[in-house]
Design a protein around this ligand. Structure first.
Ligand code: C2E
Ligand code: MG
Ligand code: MG
Ligand code: MG
Length: 281
């Protein structure tokens, strides 16, 4: 009868929810250990300008638990966010990226390279965010104008005035901002024009099928035009093949990132990559 079914359903959800809670607790435990034991690694994915110039890289975190396969950020960033662990983790990411910028700063071959660092909403909304970033800059001596912070639309929905204020404080020091995954969230055009942004990233969802689906092409064109008319740099992510690159170029997009050029890689591989001649696509 209905009562029995209802009870069974409750039990079913209980078990599933309990499993999820256990998985989450395990992940949280692992992440705390990872922070203490230095199990995180930064990967670097090259970003190019269409004049064949290597601009720098986007920094992407990975987790290497002992004797286990590499864990991708999609699997642990959400837990890091809900537990607040993203704050110390984000601190480590920024410091590591800044130290790399310092290593590059003295060599004319590498001094122009920029690093784009993803910033999560929880991190940005933390009351110490601006102070933290500024103290990392002064502690490492990193050139602030080589650092770009990637924000996502979700971040900007609540407390936009506050976010703008933080962005402006950091921009005074030379830090630049990009809007990541543009077009996939809930942002309004009004929000886009009120933010002190430097770069708009075209999400890979629109790049993926743009050479096959005229609707994706239309969205990509609109985003690129919008960015250009707002005088923003526009970079396309997820460029996987030559047709996509051609279409993007035709639409006036000038910066690219994706597997067609290179996958994200550890720092040693990226440094080797910098010495290679830029691929002539
Ligand atoms: P995102 O910032 O949009 O990063 C782009 C993702 O697309 C990366 O996945 C990258 O490896 C992947 N990608 C790059 N080129 C291609 C391509 O040509 N084809 C395809 N299919 N994928 C491509 P990844 O490294 O797994 O990161 C996933 C997401 O996790 C990132 O999306 C970002 O939101 C988050 N994330 C990564 N690292 C960090 C970090 O250090 N801090 C924070 N807060 N979030 C991070
Ligand atoms: Mg990003
Ligand atoms: Mg993205
Ligand atoms: Mg993404």
């Amino acid at each position: 009868d209905a009562k029995k079914v209802g009870r069974n359903q409750v039990r079913f959800f209980d078990t599933r929810m309990q499993q999820q809670a256990e998985h989450r607790a395990e992940l949280e435990f692992g992440l705390r250990r990872a922070l203490k034991e230095n199990e995180f690694i930064l990967y670097y994915q090259p970003q190019y300008h269409s004049n064949q110039q290597l601009l720098g890289a986007e920094v992407l975190i990975r987790w290497q638990p002992p004797d286990q396969p590499l864990v991708s950020p999609a699997d642990f960033i959400p837990v890091a966010e809900t537990t607040g662990l993203i704050v110390p983790m984000g601190h480590w990411i920024l410091r590591t990226a800044c130290k790399q910028l310092v290593r590059w700063a003295d060599d004319p071959e590498t001094a122009h390279l920029t690093l784009a660092v993803n910033i999560s909403a929880v991190q940005m909304h933390h009351h110490q965010f601006v102070d933290d970033v500024l103290s990392i800059l002064s502690e490492t001596g990193a050139p602030a104008h080589r650092l770009e912070l990637e924000l996502t639309e979700s971040l900007l929905i609540d407390n936009i005035e506050h976010t703008i204020d933080k962005m402006l404080q950091l921009k005074q020091h030379g830090i630049r901002f990009s809007l990541d995954d543009f077009g996939t969230g809930f942002s309004s055009l009004n929000m886009l024009i009120s933010l002190p942004l430097d770069t708009l990233k075209v999400d890979q969802a629109f790049v993926r099928d743009m050479h096959r689906d005229p609707r994706d092409l239309a969205v990509a064109r609109t985003i690129i035009d919008l960015g250009r008319s707002l005088s923003l740099n526009v970079i396309a992510e997820g460029v996987e093949n030559e047709q996509q690159l051609k279409s993007l170029r035709m639409l006036g997009c000038q910066c690219f990132q994706g597997y067609f050029y290179a996958r994200p890689m550890p720092i040693d591989a990226f440094i080797e990559h910098c010495q290679l001649p830029v691929p002539l696509f």
